[in-house]
Design a binder for this molecule. Structure first.
Ligand code: SAM
Length: 200
């Protein structure tokens, strides 16, 4: 179990309403675009983008023809932004929900991480790893980016290090990739890990 943090739905909704959304790259980031592109033709895999925000990753996958892409976010404004840009995105794949309350019914094949982990209270990090494992089928993957740097300003975002993260994920996942991303956005270059973790 985990305890709710100060960064709740009200906090995040206000960030959207006041335009304090500096995390939003405005498009899918190059590492995830490259990863998705090499997956090959779309199939029935169930893909979850938690803490999706305006959900550029989900938009990319949807436009590429992947039919089972679900997004979850606490902030109605985040989901509304995706709906406005991509009216054909299935309404029942927009989950206004707390990631920690989601259930694997049925389990997911892939979870996409993009500036969600760093937005959480660091006290929730081991719960994040456990919940990702709970939501995935055995062999399912958690893929995305984690900051490998510390921030001087109070978070979110909260930074961290590769060694710290390894301890959270090792109980549940095999590490396929866990290294500095080579194709990050310019301001994030050398400061983020590309991860591809396979559920044991
Ligand atoms: C830093 S933003 C990142 C958004 C998006 N992934 C991006 O890169 O643009 C973090 C997002 O996580 C959402 N969020 C925070 N805690 C959450 C939780 N427990 N469950 C679901 N969404 C959450 C916030 O509403 C916000 O949209």
């Amino acid at each position: 179990m985990y305890s709710k943090s100060a960064f709740d739905a009200t906090y995040w909704q206000q960030r959207y309403e006041t335009g304090q959304t500096g995390w939003d790259a405005g498009a899918i980031t190059p590492p995830l675009r490259e990863y998705f592109t090499q997956l090959g033709p779309p199939d029935a895999r169930r893909i979850l983008v938690p803490g999706a925000g305006r959900a550029h990753e989900a938009e990319f996958l949807h436009r590429a023809g992947w039919p089972n892409v679900l997004v979850a976010d606490l902030a109605p404004a985040a989901l509304a932004a995706l709906q406005a840009r991509v009216p054909g995105f299935p309404a029942d794949h927009l989950l206004l929900a707390d990631f920690f309350d989601l259930t694997p019914a049925p389990p997911f094949d892939l979870i996409v991480e993009q500036t969600f982990f760093c937005a959480l209270d660091p006290a929730l990090r081991s719960a994040y790893a456990r919940q990702c494992a709970h939501l995935l089928r055995p062999g399912g993957k958690l893929v995305g980016l984690l900051f490998d740097t510390e921030f001087t300003q109070p978070g979110p975002p909260f930074g961290g290090s590769r060694a710290e993260y390894e301890a959270y994920f090792a109980p549940y996942f095999d590490f396929v990739h866990f290294e500095t991303a080579t194709n990050s956005l310019l301001p994030r270059q050398g400061r983020e890990l590309f991860i591809c973790l396979e559920k044991k």
